[in-house]
Design a protein around this ligand. Structure first.
Ligand code: ADP
Ligand code: ASP
Ligand code: MG
Length: 416
């Protein structure tokens, strides 16, 4: 017997017709002899609809109550799928995150899974039942409902697969795999047969929404066999591999982008030890994640401190920065929430130089100004004005020849 975890995203359960299609797919897998755990998202658009309702009532709704509200979206689809399975004579049980003990920390809106007590799920599987679990939600130590951040159902699925030691975790979505970049932005983007966990983690954390980055982290840590597939067609999808060896080394695997960030600058901060800590400390205390950081020292002995945060945290970050800026006697706080980050990712960068110069030239040729740069071993990211996002991604996709097949290492060898 093999155990498979299948996760279906919002579009894949977006209507009664789509839920029937999911039920057919689950029954097929069951008839093929697999033990099945199914993780579902809310119907597409539902999480946004619920969020908008909360914001109609309150400009900054209490995070605990938002989680109670958002968790209802997934509760609808798990019940509907179980009903559709019952109609097919398939014994199925739906469970909320709390019911299957998906225990998380208490950071509402972006909770992290701590552990899963899988006894109940295993018991149902032993009885031949299909187990249908609500994605995106868990429960904290005090029994409060939590949610795992947007796209969090992917993480529920991979965490369930890890806890149950599943033979494969299949993420069914509205594209037939992981592409060289978002095919909605670049129609010439190509599906990848496979991609390393490391590259996928970079792409996901840099904005490729096809998988939530926490899910890839789990897959890497617990060696979960993970595949992204289409719920609309049959096909091999994309396998997330745990080893690089045996794969032809590619220079650039993909391009990710993120328009969900904002940039903040504290200007004219006295250049003294402890300043970075003072600024980032107050931001961290608010559970705001900081991404790129730049510090420039001016001639007058003061420094400008710039960093990016999630756009949803922009207002909160501005407020706490204005307070700390006063304390530090900094000149002013400025911000820009119309920025976008574009990143090229590939393990081939480790052994080959020249990627940065190809990237910067492609952007320069389009007249796109680079505001910030950051690099790691296998990625280069730039911040640009948001209006240049699509143009920049297309230019880079073509500069690295991604539509034709990936540039193999060796093609770019000159120094950056
Ligand atoms: P789901 O509701 O199934 O979780 P998502 O909308 O979260 O689906 O993720 C799938 C979407 O991710 C695709 O429709 C596509 O627009 C987007 N996407 C972004 N980057 C990529 C990529 N590199 N490969 C495939 N899809 C991508
Ligand atoms: N429904 C949640 C969202 O829209 C979780 C998910 O779909 O993965 O973000
Ligand atoms: Mg998703």
């Amino acid at each position: 017997m093999t155990l498979i975890v299948q996760k279906f995203g919002g579009t894949s359960v977006g209507s009664i017709e789509r839920i029937n299609a999911v039920a057919d797919r689950v029954v097929r897998a069951r008839l093929a002899g697999h033990d099945m755990v199914v993780v579902l998202s809310a119907m597409s658009g539902e999480t946004n609809r619920l969020l908008a309702l909360a914001h109609d009532l309150h400009s900054d709704p209490p995070a605990r109550e938002v989680d109670v509200l958002l968790a209802t979206g997934e509760q609808v689809t798990i019940a509907l799928l179980s009903i559709a399975l019952a109609q097919r004579g398939c014994d199925a049980r739906s469970y909320t995150g709390a019911q299957v003990h998906i225990r998380t920390d208490n950071v509402h809106g972006k909770a992290r899974i701590l552990d899963i007590d899988d006894a109940r799920v295993r018991d149902d599987l032993r009885k031949g039942r299909v187990v249908v679990v609500a994605g995106f939600q868990g429960v904290d130590e005090d029994g409060n409902i939590t949610t795992l951040g947007r796209g969090g159902s992917d993480t529920t699925a991979v965490a369930m697969a890890a806890a149950l030691k599943a033979d494969e975790c299949q993420i069914y979505t509205d594209v037939d795999g992981v592409y060289t970049t978002d095919p909605r932005i670049v129609p010439e983007a190509r599906r990848l047969e496979c991609i390393t966990v490391e590259e996928m983690l970079e792409l996901a954390s840099l904005g490729a929404k096809v998988l939530q980055s926490r899910s890839v982290e789990f897959a890497g840590k617990y060696k979960v066999p993970l595949r992204v597939l289409s719920s609309f067609d049959d096909g091999p999808g994309t396998l997330i591999t745990h080893e690089e060896s045996g794969m032809e080394q590619v220079l650039i695997s993909g391009i990710a982008f993120n328009r969900d960030e904002a940039k903040l600058t504290v200007k004219g901060v006295p250049d003294q030890p402890g300043v970075a800590y003072a600024i980032l400390g107050v931001v961290a205390d608010e559970h705001i994640n900081v991404d790129m950081i730049i510090q420039n020292v001016g001639a007058d002995g003061t420094t400008d401190f710039t960093f990016t945060v999630d756009r949803t945290d922009y207002r909160k970050a501005t407020t706490v920065l204005e307070q700390i800026a006063k304390k530090l006697r900094a000149r002013e706080v400025t911000g820009d929430d119309r920025i976008a980050k574009i990143s090229v990712v590939g393990v081939g960068m480790r052994s080959h130089t020249g990627v940065a110069s190809v990237m910067f030239k492609a952007l320069a040729d389009e007249g796109i100004n680079i505001q910030m740069i950051s690099t790691s071993e296998i990625k280069i990211s730039v911040v640009v004005e948001e209006k240049y996002l699509e143009l920049g991604v297309r230019a880079l996709h073509s500069a690295f020849g991604l539509e034709k097949g990936q540039v193999r290492t060796g093609s770019v060898t000159h120094s950056a």
